[in-house]
Design a protein around this ligand. Structure first.
Ligand code: FMN
Length: 218
């Protein structure tokens, strides 16, 4: 069993990466081999709407024809037994790197049939892990749930199962006293980091355990 995590924060040891690491630890505890890939290490572009992935009898049918650093990663995704996709929320949605990744990952497998079907070769669980500054209540008020539902629905069609984990009100800066960020109360943020973030880590770990246990048998 092989589980892959993709981090679309530029920060390799912060909130998003930590939660992904926990999910992989959970999967590894069930015997899975794991790998964490930092998308910001790669040079890749967006979906160019070339439709090579949808061209009848074409050499790239069901695959992304764009050749760049994402090409080998997308090829390896075909062999995974579970995926964890982690993103910070940037202006109300996933980071640009994750948006581009999702387009390139999902669209080639997504058929323009009614209903849409998947060309992905097997059924695997996919987990979306989001981290954000806002509280749970503000995330609701800002309507972030709509974005999360779209991503989850897309991955459910492509991979068979998808779920989301939200880590809210994250600790963002090494030292709040060095940045202009009067909106945040550093002590309250630090308290949240101490008291709530560990539970988010537990939830990520549990997701990893669950994915490795369930595998493709859901
Ligand atoms: C460019 C940028 C835009 C952001 N926009 C939002 C936002 O719209 N909503 C939010 O809740 N947090 C926002 N944040 C905060 C991050 O989502 C949050 O700190 C996240 O946990 C960072 O993840 P990381 O620690 O893994 O890098 C933004 C951060 C950056 C750098």
């Amino acid at each position: 069993m092989f589980m892959m995590a993709l981090n679309s924060s530029p920060r390799k040891t912060w909130n998003t990466a930590t939660l992904l690491q926990k999910a992989l630890e959970g999967a590894a505890a069930q015997g899975a081999d794991t790998e964490l890939i930092h998308l910001y290490d790669l040079q890749y572009g967006v979906c160019r709407s070339c439709f090579a992935c949808k061209t009848k009898g074409g050499p790239s049918y069901g695959r992304c024809a764009t050749q760049d650093d994402l090409t080998p990663i997308l090829a390896r995704v075909r062999g995974v037994d579970g995926l964890f996709l982690g993103s910070p929320i940037y202006y109300g949605t996933v980071s640009g790197m994750m948006k581009s990744f999702l387009e390139r990952l999902a669209f080639p497998y997504w058929t323009y049939t009614d209903p849409p079907q998947s060309l992905f070769p097997k059924r695997i669980p996919a987990g979306l892990i989001y981290t954000m500054n806002v509280t749970e209540d503000l995330a609701k008020d800002f309507g972030y749930g709509t974005q999360f539902a779209v991503n989850e629905g897309m991955l459910r069609v492509v991979f068979g199962a998808a779920e989301s984990l939200l880590s809210c009100d994250t600790y963002q800066f090494e030292d709040y006293s060095t940045v202009v960020a009067t909106r945040f109360d550093p002590e309250r943020k630090a308290k949240r980091r101490r008291e709530v973030f560990p539970h988010d880590c537990e939830k990520a770990y549990a997701m990893g355990v669950r994915f490795a246990t369930v595998g493709t048998s859901f």
